[in-house]
Write a protein that binds this ligand. Structure first.
Ligand code: NAD
Length: 288
């Protein structure tokens, strides 16, 4: 079998067209959706990520405020910037790029963001909303994975979905989203003794670990849907995921590539969350 590709660039393009249209409606009514991006320090990867997020805002009719602070910024000063942005009516989403410098408590910083503007979906209130199935912002990466599954018409009801990785930003929320769609969900992690025995049962596998070639063809059931969240560099320095794409694509039914898979979807869902935050602030009914 040769798997069909789930193209994150094409799906993003389609979703971003809809986002830009909805942003134009809001702007015509006098409110342009706005995202504040706070970067502390000079981590090169973080600088690339924030640049891509800001660029995507501008290309799709959202405005963005990029604040770059030195690594020496005090936590108190950062909290005071967040407080100001919480009260700024032109800003609908606030994103603090992680990781933060070691002298800051990332949890305390994220908790300072108003849940109404928590477009990364990392606040405890957002996590609680996801857990209880009440309205709130979903973390962008697993939200993007769900959109990819939806795009191929994957009905998760009764399917066995296996999530590899249990982080707060990908693995755990991914498992909750799959569960909410009535999948039977297994969460595997670094202490799982026989990963392959579990992944071989999966109709859907989401790999979110950060290890090159973690998932190989012998670990995948023929026809399974494979979503690769991983972002790694291989020995040649090339960007790659957690999945041995060449091998697994011979077995799986559907597969996401890296690059061009989950990565662009993550930014697209950030735009979506910011748009929804703006619509909610403007008193508009929630759209799908
Ligand atoms: P993390 O380091 O917080 O979590 C990794 C998880 O993998 C842990 O829960 C750990 O238990 C598990 N793990 C480690 N070794 C394992 C093994 N041998 N078998 C099974 N599980 C194992 O990472 P994260 O923040 O969740 O990110 C995971 C990957 O996804 C990274 O490569 C990251 O760069 C990538 N990522 C990509 C995007 C995107 O937009 N494409 C967004 C976020 C994260």
């Amino acid at each position: 079998m040769t798997a069909q590709l789930i193209d994150g660039i094409a799906l993003s393009k389609q979703l971003r067209t809809g986002i830009a249209q909805r942003a134009a409606v809001l702007q015509a009514q006098g409110t342009q959706p706005g995202l504040a991006v706070l970067l502390v320090g000079d981590n090169p990867a973080s600088q690339v990520y924030v640049r891509n997020k800001v660029k995507a805002c501008h290309e799709n009719g959202l405005h963005s405020l990029l604040e770059q602070h030195p690594a020496s910024l005090s936590e108190a000063a950062l909290l005071s910037r967040i407080a100001a942005l919480n009260n700024d009516p032109t800003i609908h989403g606030i994103l603090v790029q992680l990781p933060l410098p070691a002298h800051m408590d990332a949890h305390r910083v994220i908790e300072a963001i108003s849940p109404a503007k928590d477009v990364d979906g990392f606040h405890v209130a957002s996590a609680g909303a996801l857990m209880t199935g009440t309205p709130g912002f979903w973390p962008c990466t697993p939200y993007g994975c769900m959109k990819m599954l939806e795009s191929i018409g994957c009905n998760l009801r009764g399917k066995h979905a296996v999530v590899i990785g249990r982080s707060n930003i990908v693995g755990k929320p991914m498992a909750l989203m799959l569960l909410a769609q009535s999948a039977t969900v297994s969460i595997c992690h670094s202490a799982t003794p026989d990963l392959a025995a579990i992944t071989r049962q999966a109709d859907v596998v989401v790999a979110a670990v950060g290890k090159v070639n973690l998932l190989t063809a012998d670990m995948v059931k023929p026809g399974a849907v494979v979503i690769d969240v991983g972002m790694n560099r291989n020995a040649q320095g090339k960007l790659c995921g957690d999945v041995d794409f060449a091998g697994v694509s011979q077995v799986a039914g559907w597969i996401t590539p890296v690059p061009g898979g989950v990565g662009p979807m993550t930014i697209t869902m950030l735009l979506m969350n910011t748009l929804q935050a703006c619509e909610q602030a403007s008193g508009q009914p929630a759209a799908a």
